[in-house]
Design a protein around this ligand. Structure first.
Ligand SMILES: [Zn+2]
Length: 201
């Protein structure tokens, strides 16, 4: 969502949120969405508006320059991804605002969960699963976008949707996060922990 970001209260349900489940699930799933919407205020569109919602360039020139360089990294990163099944490359330009929001949003949610952990005890793991609470944060975030899409729909989405396809909404922000690599012990240089990462926020 651009310019006006909304979180309808009806979304506060499974799989995004449940008051009766571990917080790492809520921060991963709902926190990711809330963080995403907050970052929209500071993506390529949102940054063009001031605190009162007026179209006004309030950024220092150096900040503007830095933003564009970092955003360009995201544009290029997504533009270099090809969905092999349908042989289509993502449109990094059209999706840059959503991608910036995804990448910054998961980071906000993660930091918020770390702050919660400073004030509270670590909760139990989920029964029958060997994952740590930190790992379950990421799994809950990923489960937001679990879906099955026909190739025709996937093609249409890549052409028209301002969001990246769901698979990439998970995999790329995780790849760009050093926190994910740490929590899953991904060696530097492996697929999920490349040396070269993009970060706007
Ligand atoms: Zn959005």
């Amino acid at each position: 969502m651009n310019i006006i970001s909304e979180i309808p209260p009806g979304i506060l349900n499974q799989p995004f949120f449940d008051s009766d489940r571990p917080k790492y699930m809520n921060y991963g799933a709902m926190g990711y969405v809330i963080g995403h919407e907050i970052i929209h205020g500071f993506d390529d569109m949102g940054k063009q508006y001031d605190k009162d919602g007026n179209l006004f360039d309030w950024w220092e020139p150096a900040s503007n320059k830095s933003f564009h360089e970092k955003a360009q990294c995201i544009v290029q990163q997504y533009a270099n991804l090809t969905n092999e099944k349908i042989n289509m490359t993502l449109n990094g330009i059209n999706t840059q605002g959503e991608n910036i929001a995804d990448n910054g949003g998961i980071k906000l949610a993660y930091i918020a969960y770390q702050k919660w952990l400073q004030r509270n005890k670590v909760e139990p793991q989920l029964p029958g699963l060997k994952f740590t609470p930190q790992q379950l944060f990421w799994i809950a975030a990923a489960s937001n976008w679990c879906s099955k899409v026909r190739p025709e729909m996937e093609k249409l989405a890549i052409m028209n949707d301002f969001h990246s396809p769901n698979y990439y909404r998970v995999i790329v922000p995780f790849i760009n996060s050093g926190y994910f690599a740490k929590d899953f012990n991904c060696p530097l240089g492996s697929k999920m922990n490349p040396k070269y990462k993009c970060r706007v926020w």
